[in-house]
Design a protein around this ligand. Structure first.
Ligand code: EPS
Length: 359
């Protein structure tokens, strides 16, 4: 038994969609809680004016009855309100009538740092828009909706996931970058509390929890680095100072330090899971970088579009959702169950067997 997620949707198309499979029956979903995470993702300093157009809300088309999961595929939709401004340009079917609105003209000057060039070459596209629309981080809205559902599942077994942006002076950095028509990135940290030892497995790379977290986070737009626990700093540390000594009391095993970030050998060890990720500055610049035209080959300046100066606070919400999703998936693998009660009971029985309890 595992969770699976399939998504579709373009940034200025009609909607973003997701199909979630592998949820137990009987999980209560709170629409307001999902929408609250969608709203958190839209906020943050330095976001594009696009966020004044969108008010993201989840719609459920299948798999839910009276707020409880049926144990069947759950179909989610988040509409793109901006689509009405792109109705001709992003029409799924051949558009009718004269060209109007946005997206009429083909984009032929690829932006360094975006999917534009690689996408156009790979798929044989004459209009870069056919690549950038799906590559856009707009897609993360529906990942946040799926993550909010994973958080509801994890809450049933006492696991909580949260996130923050690390570092000082983000607003000042954003103001300075905006004034110079530039963009910034940043570092995000995600923590998960209450994760029991034993999620993930050292048996294969595919099962290793650290590898899975790294993959889901690296798979998120603009992420260029991921570390678990002390990560890169461990390379400079002696073994005697790099590992987390164990103690055991009436509540079971515990560590005073957590340099491993809660994962050893690809398996959660009962300490807090700590993951950090580095986001590159966004590639759509108001003072564009050098490029060359796909059609004519002539030198030019890359596409300039409305964009965010920074989206690092949004990335924190997305990363939190991705970590929750992956932990939810690992928990489904370990505890199984068709009914929510089976899942919760398997978790309880496991905690009765092992010398560990949440702190
Ligand atoms: C994005 C470009 C901008 C962002 C977008 C991601 O879109 P637009 O060109 O419509 O202003 O606003 O992010 C979102 C719409 C969102 O909801 O996060 C990109 O190129 O990745």
């Amino acid at each position: 038994m595992t969770l699976a997620l399939t998504t579709a949707g373009e940034s200025h198309g009609p909607a973003l969609v997701a199909v979630v499979t592998g949820l137990p029956a009987g999980l209560e979903l709170d629409r307001a809680a999902i929408d609250a995470d969608l709203a958190r993702r839209q906020k943050g300093y330095g976001r594009s004016p696009r966020q004044r157009i969108e008010t993201d809300r989840v719609e459920v088309l299948a798999g839910l009855r009276h707020g409880r999961t049926l144990g069947t595929p759950l179909a989610l939709v988040v509409r793109n309100r901006d689509h009405e401004n792109w109705a001709w340009g992003m029409s799924p079917w051949p558009p009718e009538g004269d060209p109007s609105g946005k997206g009429k003209e083909p984009v032929t000057l690829p932006r360094p740092g975006h999917a534009d060039l690689a996408g156009a070459l790979k798929y044989g596209l004459a209009d870069v828009r056919d690549a950038l629309e799906r590559a856009s981080a707009r897609h993360t809205a529906v990942l946040v909706a799926a993550g909010a559902i994973a958080k509801a599942l994890l809450r049933e077994i006492g696991i909580a996931v949260d996130s923050e942006v690390l570092g000082e002076g983000l607003e000042r950095r954003i103001d300075e970058a905006r004034a110079e028509r530039d963009t910034v990135g940043g570092v995000v940290e995600v923590r998960a509390r209450g994760v029991p030892p034993g999620l993930g497995s050292y048996a294969t790379k595919e099962e290793r929890l650290d590898a899975r977290l790294a993959a889901t986070l690296m798979g998120t737009q603009a992420v260029k680095g991921v570390e678990i626990g002390d990560g890169f700093a461990l390379a400079e540390t002696r073994g005697s100072k790099a590992h987390d000594e164990m103690t055991r009391d009436e509540r079971g095993y515990h560590r005073e330090t957590n340099r491993a970030g809660g994962i050893e050998a690809g398996v959660s060890n009962g300490e807090e899971i700590v993951v950090r990720l580095a986001m590159k500055p966004l590639p759509t610049l108001m003072r564009p970088l050098r490029s060359a035209d796909l059609e004519t080959g002539e030198a030019g300046e890359a596409l300039v579009e409305r964009s965010d100066v920074a989206a690092v606070e949004a990335l924190a919400v997305v990363a939190e959702a991705c970590v929750a999703w992956e932990l939810g998936r690992a928990a489904r693998e370990k505890f199984g169950g068709d009914a929510l009660g089976d899942f919760v009971a398997a978790h309880r029985a496991y905690l009765e067997r092992i010398p560990w309890s949440p702190r």
